[in-house]
Design a protein around this ligand. Sequence first.
Ligand SMILES: NC(=O)c1ccc[n+]([C@@H]2O[C@H](COP(=O)([O-])OP(=O)(O)OC[C@H]3O[C@@H](n4cnc5c(N)ncnc54)[C@H](OP(=O)(O)O)[C@@H]3O)[C@@H](O)[C@H]2O)c1
Length: 306
Amino acid sequence: MLYYQLPHTDLTVSRIALGCMRIADKSVDDVEKLIYAALDEGINFFDHADIYGAGKSEAVFGEVLQRHPELREKMIIQTKCAIVPGKRYDFSKEHIIKSVKASLDRLHTDYVDILLLHRPDALCDPKEVAEAFDELYDAGLVKYFGVSNHTPLQIELLQKYTKHPIIINQLQLSIVHSVMIDSGLNMNMKEAWAQDKDGGVLDYCRLKDITIQPWSVVQASWAEGTFLDNPDYQKLNDVMQELADEYHVTKSAIAIAWLLRHPACMQPIVGTTSPAHLKESSQACDVQLTRQQWYDLYLASEKPLP
Ligand SMILES: NC(=O)c1ccc[n+]([C@@H]2O[C@H](COP(=O)([O-])OP(=O)(O)OC[C@H]3O[C@@H](n4cnc5c(N)ncnc54)[C@H](OP(=O)(O)O)[C@@H]3O)[C@@H](O)[C@H]2O)c1
């Protein structure tokens, strides 16, 4: 495993994190095995959200922590709040604080290391968010704060009012879903690839030392599922397989190595529920793709260079 110090923090984190969105329906024994597999691979970072499995993901993870309280100090736990599924996004102070307290109860922990605002709220009042952050920090419930799916200006607005640095922006990014890379490569071209849909979020996060956490790293989309072994992505699978053979790893490791190769020092969140898949994914840390191999993968996902 590779590690790095999260900018603006005293946290040393694994370059690969385990996403816990899909563990909701797993048994406590299965989640225990997954957590031990992660720790054995050197993964010390666990990503949650209040809404994963309507709270069940945090709850089953918390049951493992209840069985093994000694594991807590080996973990960096991040959770998210502010989505009320199907109803609204909610950055009100009341909702943020209530959500964090409920997450802490489910997780059986006194604090989370990092809290992210899950999706931008159209009714965001940054002063109110700042008050919520202060209250959570002062009570020792949250150490650091970040966001997910936010544009640069949305982050700037929050940062204007809060004294806590926004340290993370969790964003969808994979070889297949690479909108933030496509627009930079195709700058000022007429084609759709050139559309800046995120306000230059990749370069902004690099400028501000905000860590990008790519999510859905082997997913084509919600509807299509994974692009691994997916016949709709044959060319990409062929190139991934060639590289997997060369580096003696699996295609999933190559897909994650593609993200690690980017000099922005991203922290991919892998969402597998299988200890075996997690072990394979971790091998991404042993792969250093060449510049050409990185571009070969990009082009194999049927995207053009201008
Ligand atoms: N901030 C946001 O808005 C947001 C949105 C979505 C997700 N997330 C976070 O990102 C994490 C990952 O998201 P995700 O689960 O959609 O993405 P993912 O890691 O790309 O996809 C997981 C899917 O791919 C399969 N898979 C993973 N590794 C594999 C491997 N080595 N071989 C074969 N299949 C493999 C998994 O099945 P198996 O379980 O069978 O391996 C699972 O069905 C979530 O847990 C969550 O923490 C954040």
